[in-house]
Design a protein around this ligand. Sequence first.
Ligand code: SF4
Ligand code: SF4
Length: 196
Amino acid sequence: MSVNAVVPAPGTPFVKRVEGLSGQKVLKCIQCGKCSAGCPAAFAMDFTPRQVMRALQLGLPSDELLGASTIWVCLFCQTCSVRCPMELDIAGVMEALRLVAIEDKHPAAQKNIALFHRLFLWGIARTGRLHEFGLGGMFNVRSRQPFLNVSHLPKMLFSRRLPVLPPWPWSKGAGEVRRIFRRVQAAQKASRGSHA
Ligand code: SF4
Ligand code: SF4
């Protein structure tokens, strides 16, 4: 289905849910495309940020967006939100879409991408910093692809772009990050309890 059709049809329950979670009004988007032009991950997305906003404006079926690679490829770098002339927080919209996909257990566009995200957050929660070598190894083991990307290892190790040792769990700021994760988990628990 094309996302460039001209008649907005907002207000479906799905769109209202995304607007509620993100606090953004999708009809404010004027389709200027500045978000997509600055997005460092747009090349890998099946819907660019501008197209995501248009799809929401048009009230496209939720499956189209929840099944898109875009919501998992988004890096939450906030470039789109900073560039938007309408001060829309597009990164927040992406996050809301990902939350809906997780809540609804909607299958992700790419196999194992949710696993990658879980391992990424697990690593950050433990040490406060990303340890790429550990993340890659864990991902290969957990996704049962032991040799995935192994051919890149020698070059990256030789150029010292991939530290083998992890950051110390007690490194600067790690405790603070752990406290943030604990607060988020407590808030999630409370939110689940209030919806039960
Ligand atoms: S930058 Fe803002 S107004 Fe422009 S297309 Fe993106 S979301 Fe819409
Ligand atoms: S937050 Fe996501 S959609 Fe926005 S510019 Fe960054 S990667 Fe692209």
